[in-house]
Design a protein around this ligand. Structure first.
Ligand code: PEP
Ligand code: MN
Length: 358
């Protein structure tokens, strides 16, 4: 990027002195006339404007009392890309400091970028036959990752808790037979070494999104982490949790919207579709959607998966079971392989309509 050197130096100087209060990012190629007009408008409200003009980025650094400035009012200007208060809580996950989308590579399979990745498989690993059957089916219909829980975070201590280490071994057999990388949930920092060695993507479930000790330890690894949004977590809290992992040096983070708690009880959770464009605006990290846990009903997986692709999700994680009625966990929201196949066919059309591919 080419900046007018002096203006950039001035901006860094005031930033260092802690005087910079707000940053207005303008769309590339905004004309000098429009920049001047907005500068005059902002200065008439009592702030000093320090413009930095680059070939790809135009920034107005605001100094002074910005308390009377309404960011929504500034963002209403069609030449304004974004308005930011300088004290951003998250840095490494922030698109401001990393404008291009992150593309995460897991043994040659990418998440982010043009291709939409689909992770599919049962809620939990049950038997060798079950996981291999489902793995082969989802691979045949276009999934690029296999999911399956070995350690299950259940509401009741009397419910099936997962096959644990035996479950990991069965996932490895399924990987060997299909070539699909495996995605599975970690519950405790004690298991990081085992997961690091045996798993391709480590999932942090909604209930552990703010288990900061776990996040810090995962930050020391180089594994791809699939971080699910907490049951009642805000978008900023999700990004702050990603920041915990990234601050430790591990920038391979994928975010997942899986529905949040609201007053509605008809669905298991409420899928927050608006979180997808919001996260894409705030962060460069890939974001995927879990329609299964959002809805809690198998017949809603199809419309929600379609909506997710339409609003710009980088991928999906879907629960698929060969015999949902006999599933040991989450059968009510699991779809059969045949329906998964039909959904994938429809998703290919939607993906193309929004400039993506599956
Ligand atoms: C899961 O993916 O099986 C799971 C338990 O999801 P969540 O953490 O979103 O509830
Ligand atoms: Mn589940």
């Amino acid at each position: 990027m080419l900046y007018k050197e002096n203006s950039l130096r001035v901006l860094f100087f005031i930033l260092k002195r802690g005087q910079l209060k707000m940053v207005v990012i303008l769309k590339p190629k905004t004309s000098t006339e429009e920049i001047n007009k907005l500068t005059r408008d902002l200065e008439s409200k009592g702030v000093t404007v320090n413009p930095v003009i680059g070939t790809e980025l135009i920034i107005l650094g605001l100094v002074g009392d910005t308390s009377k400035l309404d960011p929504c009012y500034i963002e209403a200007n069609p030449y304004v890309e974004r308005v930011m208060h300088v004290q951003e809580h998250f840095k490494k996950a922030n698109r401001m400091f990393h404008p291009e989308d992150s593309i995460i590579d897991v043994n040659g399979n990418t998440i982010g970028g043009r291709k939409i990745s689909v992770i599919a498989g049962p809620c939990s690993v049950e038997t060798e036959e079950q996981i291999i059957t489902v793995a082969k089916d989802v691979k045949k219909y276009g999934a690029s990752f296999l999911r399956g829980g070995a350690f299950k975070p259940r509401t009741s201590p009397y419910s099936f808790q997962g096959l644990k280490y035996d479950g990991l071994e069965l996932l490895k057999i399924a990987r060997e037979q299909t070539g699909l990388p495996i995605v599975t949930e970690i519950m405790s920092p004690y298991d990081i070494e085992v997961f690091n060695e045996n798993v391709d993507v480590i999932q942090v479930g909604a209930r552990n999104m703010q288990n900061f000790d776990l996040l810090k330890e995962l930050g020391k690894t180089n594994k791809t982490i699939l971080l699910k949004r907490g049951l009642s977590a805000t978008i900023e809290e999700l990004l702050m949790s990603a920041e915990y992992i990234m601050a430790g040096g591990n920038e391979n983070v994928i975010l997942c919207e899986r529905g949040i708690r609201t007053f509605e009880t008809y669905t298991r959770n409420t899928l927050d579709l608006s979180a997808i464009p919001a996260i894409k605006k705030l962060s460069h990290l890939p974001v995927i959607v879990d329609p299964s846990h959002a809805a809690g009903k198998w017949w809603m997986v199809e419309p929600l998966a379609k909506a997710a692709v339409a609003v710009g999700a980088d991928g999906l994680i879907i629960e698929v079971h060969n015999d949902p009625q006999k599933a040991w966990c989450d059968g009510q929201q699991s779809i059969k392989p045949e329906l998964f196949s039909n959904i994938m066919d429809d998703l290919r059309i939607i993906a193309e309509a929004v400039g993506r591919e599956i």
